[in-house]
Design a binder for this molecule. Sequence first.
Ligand code: FMN
Length: 194
Amino acid sequence: MSKVLFVNACNTAESYSHQIASVFVDEYTKKHANDEIETINLYEEDVKFLTVSEIKKRQSLNYKENKDEETFKYVKQFLDADKIIIAAPFWNLSIPAILHAYLEHIAIDGVTYQSTLKGSVGLSQGKKIVHIVTRGIYSSSVEYGDSYLRAFFASLGIKDFRTIALEGTKVHKGQEEAFFNRSAQMAKNLAEVW
Ligand SMILES: Cc1cc2nc3c(=O)[nH]c(=O)nc-3n(C[C@H](O)[C@H](O)[C@H](O)COP(=O)(O)O)c2cc1C
């Protein structure tokens, strides 16, 4: 049995990214009936960016001895998961700020990665990530969202990173359904074998 964490960084249930992620999650659930899926909705959770006092607090605590402290809530949930689904729209060439705030909670030196003279050594190996994103326009020359997440998770030691991306939601008026259906099919196909 695998534990799956669905990180929902979409601000509405109607969002394209969320709808495609829902197709993925539904298909995954059908095809992997024994797996357990936990969802974290970052907006409902109202995830806050790290404050100075929060950083000091978590630096003063040994994770292994204090896993149940509030400050380690998100990293503990992340570490418990074998597979992580991230649904997030493309905002300002990158990811929504609330997703960045969430990443600040799970990137902890000595817990999910280790700083060394040779760079970051990932301590979160073996996990899989799928990133589901939609973009308003074709953005490959200015894409800093998926590429950032890929680099971020690689620094934690996670190399198995897949992407389902739908581009052009703002410029293909009238063809939304066809575009959505194509991405939904890609989501179904991946969910079956992931
Ligand atoms: C705050 C904000 C910033 C955005 N920035 C970009 C952008 O930089 N490039 C782009 O192609 N689309 C941008 N968009 C458009 C969204 O990427 C597009 O509408 C996408 O399909 C939204 O996904 P969603 O329906 O899952 O929310 C932006 C939209 C919002 C609301």
